[in-house]
Design a binder for this molecule. Sequence first.
Ligand code: PLP
Length: 438
Amino acid sequence: MRYYSSRDTERAAGVDFETALLAGLAPDGGLYLPEQLPQIEASRWRGSGSPAALAARLLPELTGLSSERLHILLGDALDFPLPVRRLSAERYVLELFHGPTAAFKDVGARAMARLMDDALERRGRRATVLVATSGDTGSAVADAFAGAANVAVALLYPRGRVSAVQERQLIARRPGVRAFAVEGTFDDCQRLVKGAFDDPELTALGLSTANSINVGRLLPQLVYYFWAVERLALEHGVAEPPQVVVPSGNLGNLTAGVFAAGMGLRFGGMSAAHNANDYFVRFLHDDAEPYDFKASVATLSNAMDVGAPSNFERLFALAGSDLRRRLSSATVDDDATTDRMRRTYREDDYLICPHTAVALEALDRLRAGDEELGARPALVLATAHPAKFPEAVEAATGVEPEPHPGLAALVTAETAVTPLAPHHEALREALLRPPADA
Ligand SMILES: *Cc1c(COP(=O)(O)O)cnc(C)c1O
């Protein structure tokens, strides 16, 4: 399969999957897209038994790797349960948060780490993954790459601007991972990462990225859409294609769902649920032009606080204005988010994080305006464990969430963090200086 940049409309410069995976961003600044989505017959993917076995059936064409190789590589990446739980009113929740860092990003990050380390091994190369993080991405990436033979990780986060749980996740000591607490904002962290990529003195480090612009993170995510549709049929007797609702920020998760639909998986519709950072909702409702982004605002569902969703470019290259026909959407503010957490606890005896609450509330609003949709089963993606957001959950419900095993282990984990001034020279020196424990 060839991959093309979203900006290469003539399709002049395709690369293979491995090149796209190791590069992250295309040389022209665009995002890689497969030249076509392979059509996968139901007989081929049904009955695979585990997420890794399912990935091995779905991804050979897209990655150029054999089914056997994929099964081996992804077997220990996709090693946690992905249960589908039934709520009232024909609503089902896909729990994507049973991985080590308690958010769905574990799926893409862990699979990408195995794919990248394997590709580097075959090329006899090493890489340094540089990540600016304001929370969930950094810890998922650090955990995923910890101990990888051919990859070192450097995390940059704004000191004092992430939650206590998030910081503990970021600075837990892990082999091959260094955490830098930047004296500045998240924007400073992003600026430092950009600057490092432009510095010829750092070329030898083989700098790479691991956020959701990388196709290596997106492809593994399409697997759980297939997984959930099969769980609905086998465990809940739901054969009708579900309406899928995705709590969205950078739109990586939604893009993976659009890929799954493009490969032949049947949905009863797809919806994007956003918090006050509602660019995509405005775009879909024809109230905003493509790329007419706004600065982000802080909300309770902070992993979705994205003003300029990076995967918009990929989605727009894939479907253009047809997105408006194919997707529905809704915006949910913080009060309604809290209210939905409370109601879900009262009515369904189920604790949810603020991101999942945005999606469940969006579903209710979309159903209220559409009778046909109201009668259809719905599948809502639950993206983080409630214990990752204990303050918000307790404020809404009065209940302290049960601990998540991965988060509980962090309380006693050893930590290691290096303070960093928000200047390029400081980062360059830190990256070129070998870590103390190497
Ligand atoms: C990252 C994240 C999101 C948003 O996902 P995108 O792929 O960026 O749209 C939603 N919920 C949680 C908990 C996240 O960590």
